[in-house]
Design a protein around this ligand. Structure first.
Ligand code: DP6
Length: 368
């Protein structure tokens, strides 16, 4: 079992002058939610997610040794990088990357030897309200690990992936679940072998075929900026009146969903997943300050899903992130019927009728 110290890279000489890598990493949707954290991005409770397939960030990392004869700009900063979003400079993304580099410097000391150009884009619209922090931090972390591997070719694949997840966690907690698929657990849990607070691990048992190619249609209810960031929301779990019960409940729900994923019990799956979504929002509504991220159309959609499920017994359910959008989850064998229901009854509640069809996926992919 790896501990924090195992991720501190030994001094590596910057033996490579320049180069580039490109990785794409997907978003993920939590079934048991991460909400609340301790110092240094340690989760207050374990979480489990489906890795997605289509909602991805594609990031190219180009690097050149700083003391190279080629001029790379006048400023002498500890971390030297340019940030491009869809090929154009994007200054407002830089502070987040700067903070990320500061957090991971201890583990990746070679970062200060290079100037980087980080060129990133998403497969989903930027203003869709879909957080790109999970896919973005995962894609960047994979690239950084490609550089580390180039400097230290003996590294094995397991270590590569675990450290990538470890680094991604330091960028954004949920990002550590975007390195691998199809189902990932992050956070120490008694019944999940090798689970860790430091990185995500692939769900260790066989997953029932009911979940093969499970569908997630994301209904874009509100694309505006969130009033409260996830980071602030996590902080509000400190001194939250229901925090301890909530963290205990997450452990129990993870135990239950483990059995559900093994046995394929979709009725139980629905109960846990919807309860988790509503509990997440209940935590927001009962913190101080309190806030509501659901919109009227979020509730309209939830009610329509419940009605449809009652009338048809089709095992379709919803989950929510820290926002107003609704993830509609259902098995592949009911896809046509559910998509028909979504397009006729739910799309009207989406902003500009926008939604994204996604499904469970396998994790980050190296493109270059
Ligand atoms: C509601 O991973 O975005 O999506 O660690 O502060 O970057 P930071 O938070 P973030 O929190 C996501 C919370 C959630 C639930 C989940 O994905 O488990």
């Amino acid at each position: 079992m790896l501990s924090e110290k195992d991720f501190i890279a030994k001094p590596l000489s910057p033996s490579i002058e320049n180069g580039s890598f490109q990785w794409s990493a997907p978003s993920n949707i939590a079934l048991v939610k991460y909400w609340g954290k301790k110092n240094k991005q340690i989760p207050a409770n374990p979480s489990i997610s489906f890795t997605l397939n289509n909602c991805k960030t594609i990031t190219k990392l180009s690097f050149i040794k700083k003391n190279s004869s080629i001029t790379i700009g006048a400023t002498i900063e500890k971390f030297s990088f340019d940030l491009l979003f869809e090929g154009k400079p994007k200054e407002d993304f830089k502070p987040k990357i700067q903070k990320f580099f500061e957090r991971i410097e201890k583990y990746c000391p070679y970062l200060i030897d290079y100037h980087f150009i980080i060129d990133t884009q998403n497969t989903f619209p930027h203003s869709s309200g879909i957080a790109s922090s999970a896919s973005g931090m995962a894609a960047l972390s994979m690239n950084i690990m490609s550089l580390e591997k180039a400097l230290n070719p003996e590294m094995n694949e397991d270590f590569f992936n675990q450290k990538a997840s470890f680094l991604a966690r330091l960028g954004s907690g949920s990002a550590c679940r975007s390195v691998k698929g199809n189902v990932v657990v992050w956070g120490k849990h008694d019944e999940i072998v090798n689970s860790s607070d430091l990185f995500g691990v692939t769900f260790p048992s066989n997953i029932h075929p009911n979940f093969n190619n499970y569908q997630d249609t994301i209904l874009l209810v509100d694309k505006g900026e969130k009033q409260v960031s996830s980071t602030v929301g996590h902080d509000l779990m400190h001194n939250h009146p229901f925090a301890e019960q909530r963290f205990a409940q997450a452990h129990q729900n993870l135990s239950c969903i483990k059995t559900v994923l093994e046995t394929g019990n979709l009725d139980e799956f629905i109960k846990i997943v919807e309860s988790e979504a509503l509990t997440l929002h209940a935590m927001m509504m009962t913190s101080l300050p309190y806030f509501i991220l659901m919109k009227p159309n979020t509730l309209e959609i939830i009610n329509k899903i419940w009605k449809f499920r009652n009338e048809t017994t089709i095992p379709v359910c919803f989950t929510l992130d820290a926002g107003a959008n609704v993830h509609v989850l259902y098995p592949e064998n009911v896809r046509d019927t559910v998509l028909q229901f979504i397009t006729t009854e739910l799309v009207g509640y989406c902003q500009n009728g926008n939604y994204i069809c996604d499904s469970i996926g396998t994790g980050a992919i190296k493109n270059l």
